[in-house]
Design a protein around this ligand. Structure first.
Ligand SMILES: *[C@@H]1O[C@H](CO)[C@@H](O)[C@H](O)[C@H]1NC(C)=O
Ligand SMILES: *[C@@H]1O[C@H](CO)[C@@H](O)[C@H](O)[C@H]1NC(C)=O
Ligand SMILES: *[C@@H]1O[C@H](CO)[C@@H](O)[C@H](O)[C@H]1NC(C)=O
Ligand SMILES: *[C@@H]1O[C@H](CO)[C@@H](O)[C@H](O)[C@H]1NC(C)=O
Ligand SMILES: *[C@@H]1O[C@H](CO)[C@@H](O)[C@H](O)[C@H]1NC(C)=O
Length: 467
């Protein structure tokens, strides 16, 4: 719960510190305990040390002013953009300059391809900062070209920011192929196994401990791992992204959020080799509308409760979605042995096309097949509504699968206008339910006689999860 409390006070904390972002308080508070090498060389320290400039006094070089904003073109800071020169230092300088000016824009011009190594763009910055990518930015090509001293967990990190926008007509290209082909990755060994060897692969874009963020319009593709991840953030608005990686690219989730609340994800197109959108522990008030997913693994809440951890997810709505050629449609997955709860989830108006496991709750999730012990505690799943879920399923799996915990049933699952037909061939398995309770508000296709009506008798005994 510590992280959640820290998160909920985030905006208060950052507004307080923005009164004196260059004070020693800000410095020691935000930078203590960070040990990644990328962090040591990031621009944040230098933001702290740079002199205060007022908007009326832009730096003598590198900035052009307009009436109401200040544009910091990375080329003016020495970026080459020829697709081979390392432009990291120029981007850091442009960031430092823009960070200290209100409503500034870091501009990545449309006529360049800029190579950056792993970088943390740190705040606090003056409000209204925009990072505008109109050209192409990309990391070094694969693990062999990754600088030894750089973090292999993340590439671009935006840290400790408030009221920042990342947008543009350009592309963030991940050059992920050599990472996907590492021997450690799923299916790289014989018969779909994995082989030993280094496996860390960078998240392409990560927002960490930040609030009031907007990310829009960009093309983000071929990430080595997750495309874009938000951790310990609040008030996040994602709109109009086009995210794409091949179906065979492992662990390339499109948008991942964890410990993040108050999120809108509107009008995005996502195709990849893992979850389209994944919602991890500690998320609440998430509104997803107009997303087209596929290929990939569908929209997922989880996995939750790994290593007996507590996970709380509440108030997630997915509306007007299309899921195509995917391994799952809408999924909730939890590990045995977890604690906490998932509640207040609604999936409304989701069109499926050739999807395995269109509707699935899996409380026996186990990514290392065969090595998971049976355990009695579980993340309590309750209040999940499925309305207007239509389309076609891949007959290799039943279209509806509710595998709830032996000890803690799923409760209050409601189904309204669910109509799923085979994409090709005939239904082999009927819908599956284990310990699942709820209500059919209309008849479903196929019928789900295994969903038990009402509440389980033992519900009184369910320890109320401390979320
Ligand atoms: C959020 O940030 C935007 C700038 O990106 C700013 O205009 C807006 O006032 C901020 N909202 C809040 C609630 O701070
Ligand atoms: C659920 O989240 C939405 C935003 O997605 C918010 O407007 C609403 O107030 C939340 N509901 C509750 C009960 O917290
Ligand atoms: C979803 O798409 C519809 C149709 O294009 C559009 O009218 C609506 O504004 C979109 N919703 C959001 C939240 O952008
Ligand atoms: C877990 O329980 C299931 C069903 O009761 C059983 O089939 C399986 O063998 C058990 N697994 C272990 C590792 O005990
Ligand atoms: C059942 O879940 C719905 C949301 O799907 C919620 O509005 C309702 O309050 C829940 N009912 C109970 C008895 O928990």
């Amino acid at each position: 719960m510590g992280i959640l409390r820290a998160l909920f006070s985030l905006c208060v904390v950052t507004s307080f510190l923005s009164l004196g972002p260059r004070s020693s308080l800000g410095r020691s508070h935000f930078h203590k305990g960070k040990q990644s090498s990328a962090h040591r060389v990031n621009g944040g320290h230098r933001v702290v040390e740079s002199p205060v400039r007022s908007p009326a006094e832009p730096p003598a070089t590198g900035a052009s002013t307009s009436l109401d904003s200040c544009v910091f073109d990375v080329r003016s800071f020495g970026a080459v953009g020829d697709g081979s020169t390392d432009d990291t230092e120029a981007f850091r300088s442009a960031w430092r300059a823009a960070c200290s000016v209100e409503s500034a824009t870091v501009l990545v011009p449309s006529d360049g391809v800029f190579i950056l190594t792993s970088t943390i763009f740190s705040g606090p910055c003056e409000p209204g900062l925009v990072f505008q990518v109109d050209g192409v930015i990309m990391p070094p090509d694969g693990p062999d070209n990754w600088p030894e001293s750089d973090s292999k967990h993340q590439w671009l990190v935006f840290y400790q920011l408030e009221g920042m926008t990342l947008r543009g007509e350009g592309t963030i290209e991940g050059n992920g192929e050599d990472w996907w082909n590492l021997p450690c990755k799923p299916h790289r060994g014989p018969h779909g196994s994995t082989l030993p060897g280094p496996c860390d692969s960078p998240v392409l874009i990560r927002f960490f401990v930040s609030c009031n963020l907007t990310v829009k319009d960009l093309r983000i593709e071929n990430s080595p791992q997750f495309h874009i991840k938000f951790d310990a953030c609040e008030d996040v608005h994602i709109e109009g992204l086009s995210i794409s990686s091949p179906a065979f690219s492992p662990n390339t989730d499109g948008i991942h959020i964890e410990n993040t609340r108050s999120v809108t994800i509107y009008n995005n197109m996502i195709g990849n080799g893992d979850d389209c959108i994944s919602i991890g522990p500690g998320c609440s008030d998430v509104d997803i509308q107009n997303v087209t997913c596929g290929p990939g693994h569908g929209i997922s809440i989880g996995s939750l409760g790994m290593h007996n951890s507590q996970a709380c997810v509440s108030n997630v709505s997915v509306k007007n979605a299309v899921v195509r050629n995917s391994d799952n449609g809408v999924r909730i997955k939890t590990w045995q042995g977890g604690m906490g709860s998932v509640s207040g989830i609604s999936f409304d108006n989701v069109y499926m096309e050739n999807v395995r496991n269109c509707i699935i709750i899996d409380q026996y999730y186990c990514s290392n097949k065969g090595y998971c012990q049976n355990q009695s505690s579980a993340v309590y799943v309750s209040g999940v509504s499925y309305a207007n879920i239509k389309g076609t399923y891949d007959v290799r799996s039943p279209p509806i699968h509710f595998a709830c915990s032996d000890t803690l049933p799923c409760t209050n699952i409601t189904m309204f206008e669910v109509e799923l037909l085979p994409h090709e061939g005939e239904l082999v398995d009927d819908p599956f339910c284990w310990n699942a309770y709820g209500a059919m508000q209309t008849a479903t296709i196929p019928p789900i006689p295994c969903l038990q009506d009402g509440q389980p008798e033992s519900l009184q005994e369910i320890a109320s999860p401390d979320c």
